[in-house]
Ligand binder design. Structure first.
Ligand code: URA
Length: 195
């Protein structure tokens, strides 16, 4: 068994294990340009998990770089953090065609890699962005309107579901709830730093 000297090394090894030409699910035949692994601080206390790369992410190879991503960056800055401080990943690492929802067989193949990212980074708080990420991680079918803003114990972390930034672009009045959720996230992080 390999022993890694740092979380950064372990993440690099995981990225290499997935490989640039991953063919574990059918998305590699459906027009994806590249695997979008994840980005950020390998020792982050705070991790964001979205659904799957969109068109911009598929081109740039980085999660949340399109319009929704720009709003996510603002959300991170609103709690006095920088994008580089946190880690950002998706449940699915390849773009589904026409941005359709990931299908169950794609999730089964891909989510073990997200679990290993979480195990490596060991964040204190995971923010699940939107219905798909929240329901996948929590293995629930409860609507996002019911689970958002609640704190769940999840793999040694606290998981907080909130609305997806793409939803906020269409429904700006819901930013208020996300701000409440993020204030709570900031409080949890501050409290854990004092312990
Ligand atoms: N939406 C997501 O869920 N993830 C991204 O990386 C971009 C948009």
């Amino acid at each position: 068994m390999r022993v890694f000297t740092s979380q950064a090394d372990a993440l690099s090894a995981l990225k290499a294990e997935i490989g640039p030409d991953c063919s574990r699910c059918k998305l590699h035949t459906l027009g994806r340009r590249q695997v979008v692994f994840g980005i950020g601080n390998p020792n982050a206390d705070l991790m964001f998990v979205g659904e799957a790369p969109g068109a911009d992410e598929d081109i740039q190879g980085e999660p949340f770089v399109g319009k929704a991503g720009q709003l996510l960056t603002k959300i991170i800055e609103a709690i006095n953090m920088k994008r580089e401080d946190v880690y950002i990943a998706n449940v699915i690492k390849c773009r589904p065609p026409q941005n359709r929802n990931p299908e169950p067989d794609e999730v089964v193949q891909c989510e073990p890699f997200l679990f290993r990212q979480i195990e490596t980074i060991k964040p204190k708080v995971i923010v699940a962005l939107g219905k798909f990420a929240a329901q996948s991680l929590l293995k629930t079918t409860e609507p996002i309107t019911r689970i958002r803003g609640r704190e769940y114990k999840y793999r040694n972390a606290i998981l907080m579901p909130t609305f997806h930034p793409a939803f906020l672009l269409r429904n700006p009045s819901s930013k208020r709830e996300v701000w409440e959720d993020m204030k709570r996230v900031r409080a949890i992080l501050t409290q854990s730093a004092d312990e």
